[in-house]
Ligand binder design. Sequence first.
Ligand code: PMT
Length: 402
Amino acid sequence: MQGKRVLLIVSGGIAAVKIPEVVRRIREQGGHVRCVITEGGKQFVTPLSLAALSEDKVYDDLFSLTDENEMGHINLSRQADVIMVAPATADIMARMAAGMANDLATTVLLATDKPVICVPAMNVRMWEHAATQANLETLKQRGVTFVGPVDGDMACGEFGMGRMSEPAEIVGALVNFFNAGPKPLAGRHAIVTSGPTHEPIDPVRYIANRSSGKQGHAIAAALAAYGCKTTLVTGPTALPDPAGCDVIKIESARDMLAAVESALPADIAVCAAAVADWRTDTAPDQKIKKQAGADTPALTMVENPDILATISKAGNKRPPLVIGFAAETNDVVANATDKRTRKGCDWIVANDVSPSTGTFSGDSNTVHLISETGTEDWPTQSKSDVAQQLVIRIIRHFEAAE
Ligand code: PMT
């Protein structure tokens, strides 16, 4: 992104509070950011903070003589390599689709011939509304590209699709956009496991765990963003398929193993799934009935196949880099170090999954990367950032091996 110029249009949604972080990250990657903010945007983030972080003037007024003399709304877009609208509210998407030009942001968008990337953020019902979906289609047909939205908790207290992508993903999308040259993981194949498994007790009941798939999906998305052919093998989750990945959806640990084995050969395997260690020894075809006076059914458990251990010991089919995760509730690093040796993987990413940490299903994670050479303690960060950092390590690993 070195030297690239991003015109960032900030519209009025609560997700605008994350935009200073987006500006900071673009700058960190060597890009220039110039911000245009709508009246609504100013309710959530101050022009002053955006000006300080971008080290540039923030534009907000279509009828400012000073601005028109200095820059002009046409030049604002001419001087950019890309225009990004983040957050893109339902309102600004509607005005873009209708070709309106009733403030500086929409005038710039109507006057531009530059690529436009929208990062939607809105309430789930607004996102699902037929009007928004029609506007989305119109904008896509006109060549606007979209980052997100994603599923998750919303500021309004609801849950669902409409939440803005995290700053790391937004900036990752910009990096991808500018990264026209060869991608560092191009030509490589990664298999990522994600989410929980569901182990049937009978046709209507199953044993599961609290994994949301957020961590595994973020890793798959980050690998794909760096040009890696990525096969994501996922248990049941509520997440959308990450962009650029081949997704295989499975239910049980045995399905997951079969899918992983069928996706081999691979250069990289990342096992982030929370695979059930056990399943019941039988799963009858018919629902187990509750019968008056009968004994409570007892479940006899048998061990599931261990996918990580199986591919770590797969002889000439073993991917050259196998990375496991370790979900621990005590002695995190010691237990994970032992698990790395026992399962035979190269690296293990240890995380504390005690309920108080919120690691399962939450948006952030505190991990330790354990390899043959030692342990690195990473700071608490979003799962997208953990994924980015891990993928950068993977890229370095292959660069060093060449
Ligand atoms: O999905 P999220 O809500 O985002 O939460 C993320 C996470 C906590 C699930 C993730 O960060 C994580 O820790 N994943 C591994 C969960 C787990 O099953 O850990 P484990 O310590 O029980 O297993 C160790 C390793 O063996 C893991 O790589 C696991 O995928 C693998 N395994 C375990 C059992 C089994 N039968 N087959 C396996 O491949």
